[in-house]
Design a protein around this ligand. Sequence first.
Ligand code: ADP
Ligand code: GLC
Length: 661
Amino acid sequence: MALGKADSKKKETAEAAEAPAAETKAPAVETKAAEKPTAAAPTAPAAEQIQPEGKKAPAGRKTAAADKKPAAAKKKASGVKKTEPAVKKAGQTAPEQPVPAETKEAPAAEKTVPEEKPAAPAAKKAKPAAKKAAPAQAAQKEEAAAEKPAEEVKKEAAAEEPAQVQEAAVETGYSDQPRRSVAFIGSECHPFVKTGGLGDVMYALPRELARLNCDVRVILPRYACIPQEYQDKMVYRGEFYMDLGNTGRNYYVGIMEYIWDGVVYDFIDNQEFFTAGKPYTNLVDDIPKYCFLSKAALAALNYMDWIPDIIHCHDWQAGLVPVYLRTLFRDTPVGRARSVLTIHNLRFQGIYNIPTIRYWSGLPDEVFRMGALQQNWVDANMLKGGLAYADRITTVSGTYASEIQTAEYGENLEDHLRYHSGKLRGIVNGIDYGMWNPETDPALAVNYGLGSVLEHKMENKLALQKELGLEEDAGKFVIGLISRLTNQKGLDLVNAVIPQVMDGNTQIVVLGTGDKEYENAFRYYEDAYRGSFSACIQYDEARAHRIYAGSDSLLVPSRFEPCGLTQLNAMHYGTLPIVRETGGLKDTVEPYNEFTGDGNGFTFDRYDAELLLGAINRAKTLYFNNRYHWDEVVQRDMAKDVSWEKSARQYKDLYLELTRW
Ligand code: ADP
Ligand code: GLC
């Protein structure tokens, strides 16, 4: 039975003491289709087969290297527990600090003494901190053995970057704000690797937080697909070996560092996990990969003796971080950090059978219960576990924070989220004004600002039409669509209305990749409406900028949209959004009111093709019949504050709330 809001609030107060009743019922057994591996799923090993002899990887990963590991490395990686406190940095939690009230929210299992040793890395495994980028994985060999003690390595490397971070805060004049240190952990970050908005947020928010006197470190995988230009800038920071789950192996963890604009980026290096040409492949590989990332990130913080006040994790790929923090790492230095878990997209949760996740994570049995990782009788859910153990949960808009507590948007976690609603809040995303600025954007044919948009936007439209082989006519109404081509984005509605939209005065430009059915449908329309429809089935950052600048309007008719960044980019470029009133779209686009002239764009509520068509037609009517009012909205949108400033302050306040001293 679904809990009402009031009930859920009441229950929350008791949550430290007992497992939630609402959580103990078996949720629907169905797992997200999108999450299921397409390859044959590995057979779930029976519980009693997991640990002992053979230690075979149930998810079918290669284990050959394990046996090659020299005895010395095995010994060192077995978990040397550091007892000395981490070097205290400004604003860092003192161990003797009073325990903040939020501790009450910790699930019962937090009190359980972990059965396994904390994964503190071997203290003596590191190489000296080289000043030049180390050859990838060179250190994965046994000769990586200490040429210089790790303690020295740590001090050398650590001495450099905090000064730079501090400078950044001083320069921008916010150093009067209380200082806090934050480690971001996530799976993508522009400009190193980006598949969608998560990459934008992981880039922009840390930079804004640095301006608000935060000491920020972003921990990411060192994927092989990160462009060479950035690989070359990374500096070797150290390495150690770490055990992982029940694999019986010690895994190499290299730390490659890049310090840029007041933010420290630490890339976790391991060739076995991060060599694919793209970040996400299939769950069979992704589950072990992100178990490894979550554990290695915490071990790396211990290794570097950089213990942040806050660990801010993003999406399911870092979902196990709060769980590790309160179990295997609880008694290590990093265990005193508070955790925030941000949901960027609830559709993806990291669900797999319990034995596999148990095998790769090595998490104690207590976390595999209904109130935490257990999803149903068969599966474990990494995001669900993170939500249970995190000190705070955020998502990327207020409306989505409410929506995900309903069956329609809750992706089977609505009960769990309602149960934890006391620590859940929505903070809307912004965009980075350095990266998205039509006045300086190097990708555009002509730069423009608020004062020159009316003259120069046309020129960008003509340049875009030329670039894409469309009829060059500034009088046409150009509609852009920049999107991952997935079921989330409302593309079936778009497909349904295209023939009615193509009236001879309208052009459509699509930029995106994804599901074949959508890619092919858009290719079909390009063929059917030559000169008026362009289907760019590709990922092209610079072209995206030109579409934002050259279009009159941008379509975002999503089925659900946690925040959405494309409508924000569009408004900032004077391009009026046409959106469905859901999630962050609802929170950021005020509907145009034809009587008062107020608003930022055109909206519709129910997920219905006719309603989308109605919104497009209202946009066209204003554009063709009342350009004066259209232009007013263009200018209003460009002037609207969609920067990170306000939202970053809300995150900072949240961090302060968690670390009152
Ligand atoms: P999501 O994260 O769900 O994909 P968002 O709207 O939050 O959606 O973010 C999408 C981001 O990815 C935006 O910065 C957008 O410009 C960019 N983007 C999406 N598809 C493409 C593409 N094919 N080429 C270039 N950029 C793209
Ligand atoms: C997700 C969501 C999107 C959001 C982005 C960044 O990918 O789909 O709505 O803007 O994350 O938070």
